[in-house]
Design a protein around this ligand. Structure first.
Ligand SMILES: O=C(O)[C@@H](CO)OP(=O)(O)O
Ligand SMILES: [Mg+2]
Length: 399
């Protein structure tokens, strides 16, 4: 029924104009799945390895495809992912590339779903999945590794926490993005856009806070429900020589903790991702102790969707939420294991895009399948709206 009959791989373009890996999977009874791997810029030190697309494709064709075709069933996701692990033979997909692995893993899931006649979110989530929808965190102002000469903080994220539906939440984030553009026009600030479609203005963080706060309040009044905002500080990218390097000077770890805690208070932040370095569980635990009851402290580079790093965080009391990116770990089974561990220990889950993306919509289905609390997948730009619009279709039962 869902036995894999063919796997084909090709290079396609991602949203930065770089080559990435796309996989097509076919099953014996004609089921079909296609998926493409995203790619990060502010990558975590402990992420699975992304190889150059052509190399990843060649190695996967040689080592992984023969293990899958006429042998493994696309409906048995763990068997697919175990075969990928066996084909690679390393603990971080450095042989076939996490980009090939995750593309095949996701394409196989889609082929399995197609064969069984179920939408992907239903196939992945099963009969007992919840029916909650994730709140979309919309990147509206950005800098860091995603844009040159813009803010130090990588992402300012609109968080429509009071939205009555995913559709209204998605449109509210777009309205915040537009309102910020209007404020830049009023202030005669020329702003381009960063990798993820957020505004990339030549302003400092302080002015960015002021503008985002103003836009969020304005749109909240217009739509009639609560909208907060959050951050991805991607602080591992700022941490150098034992301090956090900002354009206006450096902050020690204690000063960084105090700075973030003050920001949470001042702006009632809904969410702060990677506020500290990816190796500093202790500092994460200290910050979580201080403000973890008021906001989500999220580990992205800290955990890299990896159960053993997440377990270390749980043991240390570090963070209270985890960013989930399938290409950080390389397969959907490993991704599900990280989500299950997080939920078991009361950590919120945020399914996330990468700064380099394609039109693939898998993460929208993954968020619904796993009852994720949030999804972080931008606000505008085609590779972001592909996922946001898929969420709206799923909510509308139109997939
Ligand atoms: O840091 C992040 O959370 C991601 C997505 O915004 O960026 P990148 O894909 O560059 O790691
Ligand atoms: Mg991040």
């Amino acid at each position: 029924m869902t036995r894999i009959s063919s796997v084909s791989l090709r290079r396609v373009l991602d949203s930065r104009g770089n080559a990435t890996v796309e996989a097509d999977v076919l099953t014996d009874s004609g089921g079909f799945g296609r998926a493409a791997a995203p790619s990060g810029a502010s990558t975590g030190e402990y992420e699975a390895i992304e190889l150059p697309a052509q190399e990843a494709i060649a190695n996967a064709r040689e080592h992984a495809v023969p293990r899958l075709v006429d042998t493994v069933y696309a409906g048995d996701q763990r068997a697919v992912d175990n075969a990928l692990r066996a084909a690679d033979g390393t603990d971080n997909f450095s042989e076939i590339g996490a980009n090939s692995a995750v593309a095949i893993s996701m394409a196989a899931a889609k082929a399995g779903a197609d064969t069984l006649g179920a939408p992907l979110y239903q196939h992945l989530g099963g009969a007992f999945r919840g029916d909650n929808f994730p709140i979309p965190l919309g990147n509206v102002v950005g800098g860091g590794e995603h844009a040159k000469d813009a803010t130090d903080i990588q992402e300012f994220l609109s968080a429509p926490v009071g939205a009555p539906s995913v559709e209204e939440a998605v449109f509210a984030n777009a309205a915040v993005h537009a309102a910020i553009g209007d404020i830049f026009d009023e202030r005669e600030i020329g702003a381009g856009k960063g990798d993820e479609g957020a505004w990339a203005p030549p302003i400092d963080d302080e002015e960015a806070f002021e503008i985002v706060d103003e836009a969020v309040s304005q749109v909240a009044d217009e739509v009639g429900f609560e909208i907060k905002f959050g951050l991805d500080m991607a602080a591992a990218e700022m941490y150098e020589d034992g301090a956090y390097q900002y354009s206006d000077g450096e902050k020690s770890t204690d000063e960084q903790i105090e700075y973030v805690a003050d920001l949470v208070e001042e702006y009632d932040l809904a969410y702060v991702e990677d506020p500290l370095d990816e190796n500093d569980y202790e500092a994460f635990a200290e910050l979580t102790e201080q403000v973890g009851d008021q906001t989500l402290i999220c580990g992205d580079d800290l955990f890299v969707t990896n159960v053993s790093r997440l377990q270390d965080g749980i043991d240390a009391g570090a963070a209270n939420s985890i960013l989930i990116k399938p290409n950080q770990i390389g397969s959907l089974s490993d991704t599900f294991d990280a989500i299950e561990l997080a939920v078991k220990h009361g950590y919120k889950t945020i399914i996330s895009h990468r700064s380099g993306e394609t039109e693939d919509t898998t993460i929208a289905h993954l968020a619904v399948a796993t009852d994720a609390d949030y999804i972080k997948t931008g606000t505008v730009a085609g590779e972001r709206t592909a996922k946001l619009n898929e969420l709206i279709r799923i909510a509308d039962d139109a997939v």
